[in-house]
Design a protein around this ligand. Structure first.
Ligand SMILES: C[S@@+](CC[C@H](N)C(=O)[O-])C[C@H]1O[C@@H](n2cnc3c(N)ncnc32)[C@H](O)[C@@H]1O
Length: 341
């Protein structure tokens, strides 16, 4: 009697093809990451109606985030098992988290294990990450291109890193030879990690500062001390913030013009550049409301290859309109070229 192969359910079929595509992707992206000089990258980005992102670190740790509607009853277990097998990692090296629409923040799955901290590398720099305890692990990898690019021409520049989080923009520019880097953030914990990252990379000294402040207040006071001072200002705020440590709230659609205009007061008038970035895709950026600025959206250059599917940020390069063509830190580029890909 003929032995018939047991029929595959639709679920099994999807899981099998998910496994195949992950394995194929991994083989390609592993090589790509070596050339890109990073040990962390996005492997999967909410594709084919599978609401997961997979970030892979040091070839052994995966952070999987499910993006769910408020009332979705998503059971991730079968997918997590496939991911584990495709990546060849044990269960204790896979960290699962959920973000639900309409629910602020997110949750890391309750696991009976101690905090897992690791170190990843990007362009030769070390970054401390915590994979287990929070939704954000300590680095925003979607800004890898801009960090790499800024690092290349940082020598001698004075840098202000607003909404610094764990300091990665400031760190890459300090490593590139910036003469001063001021990191400002509301969170003492993030600033501690930023400091630790600087120290770990041998970047020590009073020229690197870590200021805990509400930027909406700090920018008003800073004009007295830092008018016409910075060559580069990074301004990468969240879409919304209402921390109790703030006097008011931050709503980027409402406040982006103020942030740019206020930051510009601290910019070296002849040569300074602001890099403004937002996670808010639908941000209505009205150039005409900033008549004194020369503004160029550079998202096409700043989004790295592994973040192109969901386009997690937008980014603008902003100069004062009347700046001279020759700038203090090199000739102006016709095209803003991303770091090698
Ligand atoms: C999207 S993260 C910035 C990411 C960072 N630029 C990077 O590339 O790693 C937003 C940061 O803004 C900080 N933040 C939010 N509201 C703030 C405020 N009013 N003043 C200062 N920092 C604030 C948060 O603590 C968080 O670290």
């Amino acid at each position: 009697m003929d032995k018939q192969a047991p029929e595959m359910s639709q679920e099994e079929y999807y899981l099998k093809s998910f496994m195949r595509s992950l394995k194929k992707r991994l083989a390609h992206r592993r090589e790509w990451a070596v050339a890109e000089e990073t040990t962390g990258y996005r492997l999967f980005d909410r594709e084919n109606n599978i609401p997961l992102t997979i970030d892979f670190y040091n070839d052994k740790y995966a952070v999987v985030v499910a993006y769910l509607e408020e009332d979705d009853a998503w059971v991730a277990d079968a997918y997590l098992l496939v991911i584990q097998k495709a990546l060849g990692i044990s269960a204790d090296r896979l960290f699962y988290k959920e973000r639900r629409k309409g629910v602020r923040g997110g949750v890391a799955r309750e696991v009976d294990q101690a905090s897992v901290e690791i170190e990843m590398q990007e362009y030769g720099l070390f970054y401390q990450l915590n994979l287990s305890d929070h939704l954000d692990v300590g680095i925003f990898m979607d800004h890898r291109n801009l960090r790499g690019e800024l690092m290349k021409y940082a020598r001698g520049l004075r840098v202000l890193n607003l909404f610094s989080y764990t300091g990665s923009f400031g760190l890459s520019m300090a490593a590139g030879g910036a003469s001063e880097v001021i990191n400002v953030d509301l969170s003492a914990r993030y600033l501690e990690i930023a400091k630790a990252n600087f120290v770990r990379n041998g970047l020590l000294g009073d020229q690197f500062k870590f200021i805990k402040a509400d930027i909406m207040q700090w920018l008003k006071d800073a004009v007295a001390q830092y008018a016409n001072h910075f060559d580069v200002i990074i301004c990468d705020p969240p879409a919304f913030s209402n921390s109790r440590a703030m006097a008011g709230t931050l709503n980027i659609q409402r406040d982006y013009l103020w942030l740019i205009e206020q930051s510009a007061k601290l910019l070296r008038a002849k040569s300074g550049v602001i890099y403004f970035s937002s996670p808010l895709q639908e941000l209505q950026f009205q150039h005409r409301k900033l008549p004194n600025f020369k503004i160029k959206e550079i998202t096409d250059f700043t989004l790295p290859y592994d973040f192109r599917k969901t386009k997690v940020h937008r980014c603008w390069q902003i100069r004062l309109y009347w700046q001279e063509k020759e700038r203090a830190h090199g000739r102006p580029r016709k095209n803003f070229t991303p770091h090698r890909r």
